[in-house]
Design a binder for this molecule. Structure first.
Ligand code: C2E
Ligand code: MG
Ligand code: MG
Length: 577
């Protein structure tokens, strides 16, 4: 039995009445709910916050037991603990789910203590609680955001990994096969550019619903990127069955989507990695499925593809090459060589093509045939293309400043460089070096024409209006029909080396070369034959009426000093044997 301290010892400035009033103010104004019960567990007092949180008025609560707030969600053991605290086992603090008067459950943070009388017998118990439903909602939202895609409600990448990881354990035990499919949507960025972001969002929702309807409930569907889904297939009998599911997903995309009175078609690429053949863990399966899907996309196809280790080897080499190439740009390992084009009438140098070379510190000269495709795939071609333009213009300016009369220089453009901003980029460079557009020609490939035709024509017209001449490179290797060519403002056709090789012996090549030259003459285009190596080839092409020749017969691509020497010495192609 302890002696309670006397009032005057602890509250010297307040009279007992004043103190009483203060306590009751605090009791009533507290924003935490307070509930006091007597020794028989009947409620004897509640404060205003109690009413605000629970909905029960003072009159409704007084005389009742705390069962008034019972939600029924806690088990007997938990309730026993709370009752023990109210019976004096010691202060208790924790979370209890209560029930409001309107029936709604709410989480509360509660602390329970007892009050004992002079003789140590419990006279009352009281609980102080706060409503933490807002906190709970916030926590639930955090969990949702951390694990699910906001738009579609599907699991996200990290949640997929968790789910599939657990599932793989049982696949392993039962010696079954599983697969991870990386599903990429085509053209989604085009759709959001042209129809707006909210339409693209709506489309994604519809796509995820279609996927959901196509897949089985045991399959795990997740959204892992802005235009990427992943499907986890469990308990497959054999590897090939994943291909059947991929086909089903592709078939599900055949019907168009209805979006704001528009019909939109969406294509898919699916990359598949199989457990246990390709990898044993989810992260690697995801990575390999990604390698496979990138492989399909690089070939500009839709469809599905199984991962193979050879693919991974190639992907690794590509990543390495990309890194080195990025470095090559800043480390000034790139140079331009120049290959003359000569007239088949006079033998004189009429122009030259600038061809990029990579002086690799350990591998020596790397052919553009090896690194340009990688640069195109990775987007690095934009930087490399800008460098080529800049370097060619810098060189032309240097020749002009030195008083050297040089022929027009042709620069190769990748299809990726061919966008709305290209005319601006070109005029900026020409202006910077104070060059007339006639100094420069642009070589483009046929594949550009086959792809998006309309936009391309207007950009071409803009370039021609600036005074730039356009050549069609590698002609005959693409798919454009000859008549199609009329639509494009092209001044020069370059016959691909593939057809030059066979003349004059291969009948087929001769027929193709003859057809191309006849057509180009009708369109009044200049004709340049690429890759001419022998006097026989030269004689045949000349006789057909080809205008110019570019090839080893006259000169390979050479560095600047050698090219200057060729031009200044007035070197000519010997036309007659
Ligand atoms: P292309 O534009 O068709 O260039 C002609 C290719 O034929 C060059 O190969 C040239 O060296 C080669 N060639 C010329 N005459 C002969 C010959 O008589 N015999 C043989 N066997 N080959 C000959 P290169 O320099 O290896 O370039 C390959 C391709 O890489 C080019 O084909 C072009 O498409 C691309 N490329 C080169 N430089 C650039 C560039 O600066 N930008 C872009 N986007 N592509 C480039
Ligand atoms: Mg070229
Ligand atoms: Mg070519």
């Amino acid at each position: 039995m302890t002696d309670l301290p006397k009032h005057d010892d602890i509250y010297p400035d307040l009279t007992p009445d004043e103190l009483q009033r203060l306590h009751s103010r605090i009791f009533n104004d507290s924003d935490q709910g307070i509930l006091i019960t007597d020794a028989h567990e009947r409620i004897v007092s509640v404060n205003a916050a109690f009413t605000k949180i629970t909905g029960f008025s003072r009159a409704e609560a007084i005389g009742k037991t705390t069962d008034l707030l019972r939600s029924g969600v806690h088990d007997a053991e938990f309730r026993a603990k709370v009752r023990a605290a109210m019976a004096g086992s010691g202060p208790w603090q924790g979370e209890i789910i209560g029930k409001r008067k309107n029936g709604e459950m709410f989480p509360q943070n509660v602390s329970i203590s007892v009050v004992r009388d002079q003789s140590g017998v419990i006279s009352h118990a009281f609980s102080i609680f706060s409503d933490i439903s807002v906190l709970h909602e916030a926590q639930a939202r955090i969990v949702r955001l951390a694990n699910f895609d906001d738009l579609t409600g599907l699991p996200n990448r990290s949640h997929f990994i968790q789910l599939f990881d657990v599932a793989l354990a049982s696949v392993k035990r039962q010696h079954q096969v599983a697969a991870v499919m990386m599903v990429e949507l085509e053209r989604l960025s085009n759709i959001s550019d042209s129809l707006g972001l909210d339409v693209a969002d709506e489309l994604l929702k519809q796509i995820s619903q279609r996927f959901g309807q196509t897949l089985r409930t045991t399959d795990v569907l997740a959204k892992v990127g802005s235009d990427q889904f992943v499907v986890g297939l469990l308990s497959l009998e054999q590897r090939e069955h994943a291909g059947i599911v991929a086909k089903k997903l592709l078939a599900a995309m055949e019907a168009p989507f209805h979006l704001r009175s528009q019909l939109v078609h969406v294509g898919l690429s699916v990359g598949i990695a199989v457990f246990p053949d390709d990898a044993q863990d989810v992260a690697s399966l995801l990575r390999f499925a990604d390698v496979a899907v990138n492989r399909i996309k690089a070939e500009e196809e839709s469809g599905y593809l199984f991962y193979s280790s050879e693919m991974n080897q190639r992907a690794k080499e590509k990543w390495q090459l990309e890194g080195e190439l990025r470095h090559a740009l800043v480390a000034q390992q790139l140079v331009l060589y120049y290959q003359p084009k000569v007239s088949l009438r006079t033998g004189q140098i009429m122009g030259a093509e600038a061809l990029i070379r990579w002086r690799h510190p350990t591998n020596g000269m790397v052919s553009p045939a090896k690194f340009i495709p990688v640069a195109e795939e990775t987007g690095l071609i934009m930087d490399i293309g800008s460098w080529v333009l800049e370097e060619a213009c810098r060189q032309i300016r240097a020749w002009l400043d030195a008083g050297l009369v040089m022929p027009a220089i042709a620069v190769n453009l990748s299809a990726r460089q061919f966008d709305r901003l290209l005319p601006d980029r070109l005029s900026t460079v020409l202006e910077r070096y104070q060059l007339p557009a006639s100094c420069l020609q642009l070589e483009i490939t046929e594949s550009l024409l086959v792809r998006g035709a309309d936009g391309v024509i207007s950009i071409m017209n803009e370039l021609v209006a600036m005074g730039l001449a356009l050549s069609m490179d590698d002609f005959g290797t693409g798919y454009s029909s000859l008549s199609y060519l009329k639509k494009f403002p092209i001044t020069t056709l370059k016959i691909d080396r593939a057809f030059v090789i066979g003349v004059p012996t291969d009948e087929n090549d001769c027929a193709i070369a003859r057809a191309i030259i006849t057509l180009a003459k009708q369109l009044r285009q200049e004709i340049v034959a690429e890759g001419v190596e022998t006097p026989e080839q030269m004689a045949f092409l000349r006789q057909l009426g080809c205008d110019q020749l570019q090839g080893y017969l006259f000169s390979p691509p050479v560095p600047v000093p050698d090219f200057e020497r060729l031009v200044l010495s007035g070197a000519r192609l010997a036309l007659d044997p």
